[in-house]
Design a protein around this ligand. Structure first.
Ligand SMILES: *Cc1c(COP(=O)(O)O)cnc(C)c1O
Length: 461
């Protein structure tokens, strides 16, 4: 496989950690007693951009992409990065330059993908609630395919396409009714989930799509959930979709595209993992023989272990029964622990000496919600105020899910390449945040002396 000229150099051997860090790519390691990202010392990043801050490794991003793309290359599968996992344009552009397409779920994401250099004919558009405007925008941009999730959406897309004098390339997203055995909030492939068309109804929907003049029916898509750590659910879903392809072809309807979704899990702690070779094998065994153009839509797999959230300890508070480590990052910056009870390993930036004793602490942020807790009873080395710590495996669904709750500005994102780093999203200024609001005109009037507003109204009428 030819590497694009823009692919970054391999991480030099001396970068390889003596022991792997939990939930981080090998581009992250302690060197000289300090946690580094490639050849960049995290204390230098903190000094330059402050904390909290997200820090990503370009070598890790490209390495993850290559790992998957190379495993799938013999199957001819195209990798469309699901950019909801991390939609910074520098991240998208890094993948685009490596040859990736994009999987988008809103007009905003579609525009980001195009702005970051993903060719329109490598963009697929998913989502259960695409609006008329979004369907229009997708057709106007000439993207590769719309993954339609319901019959009403199919009818609307047909109407929009005909209005525009176009035909819409469509894959029908089916719900294969498979248990992904992942967290309920990120499971999408059961009948009771809102996603896709029930597989039992899919061949009728395909016939309808095939018949509609505004639609070019291309095939099927499925995505059963996120953070899958077992291969069996993938196998089961792909096998069901393969069966559907055979049924639909038997009805005389051609099926050319098969989009297998994302969902490949990563290691946050020491959970078992579905490996890439096994994933490729599952595809080979179930759908590769159908002769379809294959697409996969990984998000988390490509970015999670390539990023961390850098934070600083503000206080250490000893309660009667618990010890709280209060950091300057909060649930608005990284919501996964509050939203999904997710585990993120936490490491100090200064390497603890061998044999340091650990004691359980509660790691919390400053937000006025008890759910603003990153970890409870987590064994940790002694840390003091001012010390830097990192939340591992924060490259996926970290910055992308952040908010400004508690009027906390969005934090910066930094991309590292070798010994250089660049701020790829600056810290939002509090002024910028405040300037988003407007006061209603009647507040001005209310401040004038009584009667002034009435007088003004009388004058203007
Ligand atoms: C979220 C999503 C993905 C990516 O999921 P990951 O678990 O991050 O790989 C892919 N396809 C669709 C349709 C999605 O909604």
């Amino acid at each position: 496989m030819v590497r694009s000229a823009s692919a970054v150099r391999e991480v030099p051997r001396q970068n390889e950690p003596t022991s792997g860090l939990p939930g981080l790519d090998r581009a992250f390691a302690y060197r000289g007693g300090v946690l580094t990202v490639e050849d960049v010392d995290l204390t230098a990043v903190a000094a330059a951009v402050g904390t909290p801050a997200y820090v990503y490794s370009e070598a890790a991003l490209v390495g993850r992409y290559r790992l998957l793309a190379d495993a799938l290359a013999p199957l001819g599968a195209m990798v469309c990065y699901a950019l909801k996992a991390n939609s910074n344009q520098a991240v998208i552009a890094t993948f685009a330059r490596s040859g990736a397409g994009a999987d988008v779920v809103s007009e905003g994401e579609m525009r980001r993908a195009l702005a970051a250099g993903v060719p329109a004919d490598r963009v697929v558009f998913a989502g259960v609630g695409k609006t008329r405007d979004e369907l229009r925008a997708a057709l106007a941009a000439g993207i590769m395919q719309v993954n339609v999730e319901s019959e009403p959406e199919l009818e609307l897309l047909d109407a929009v396409a005909r209005e525009m004098g176009r035909t819409a390339a469509v894959a029908l997203r089916v719900n294969p009714d498979v248990d992904a055995r992942t967290h309920a909030k990120i499971s999408t492939g059961r009948k009771e989930n809102k996603f896709g068309i029930d597989i039992a109804l899919a061949s009728a929907a395909a016939a309808r799509a095939h018949a509609l003049p505004g639609i070019a029916f291309k095939g099927f898509a499925c995505h059963i959930g996120s953070q899958l750590t077992e291969l069996a659910p993938f196998r089961e879903a792909f096998a069901r979709v393969a069966e559907l392809v055979r049924t639909v072809r038997a009805q005389g309807i051609p099926v050319e595209h098969l989009d297998l979704g994302g969902g490949l899990g990563v290691r946050y702690g020491n959970e078992p993992l579905a490996d890439v070779a096994g994933y490729a094998q599952a595809i080979r065994d179930t759908v590769a023989g159908l002769g379809c153009r294959l697409v996969v839509e990984p998000g988390r797999f490509l970015v999670a272990e390539a990023g961390l959230l850098l934070a600083r300890v503000v206080y250490v508070k000893q309660g009667e029964s618990r010890r709280f480590v209060i950091v300057d990052a909060a649930m608005n910056d990284l919501v996964r622990p509050a939203m999904y009870d997710a585990f993120h390993a936490v490491l100090p930036v200064r390497e603890p000496p061998q044999g340091t004793t650990m004691a359980p602490v509660d790691l919390v942020g400053p937000i006025c919600e008890s759910s603003d807790t990153f970890a409870r009873d987590r064994p940790m080395q002694e840390v003091s105020p001012g010390e830097l710590v990192v939340f591992c495996t924060a490259g996926a669904y970290g910055a992308a899910m952040s908010s400004t709750y508690n009027s906390r500005p969005l934090v910066p994102e930094v991309l590292v390449r070798g010994d250089r780093f660049a701020v790829v999203r600056p810290r939002q200024a509090i002024e910028t945040l405040l300037a988003l609001d407007r006061l209603p005109p009647w507040h001005d009037e209310a401040q004038k002396p009584p009667g002034a507003a009435n007088a003004a109204r009388a004058q203007s009428s």
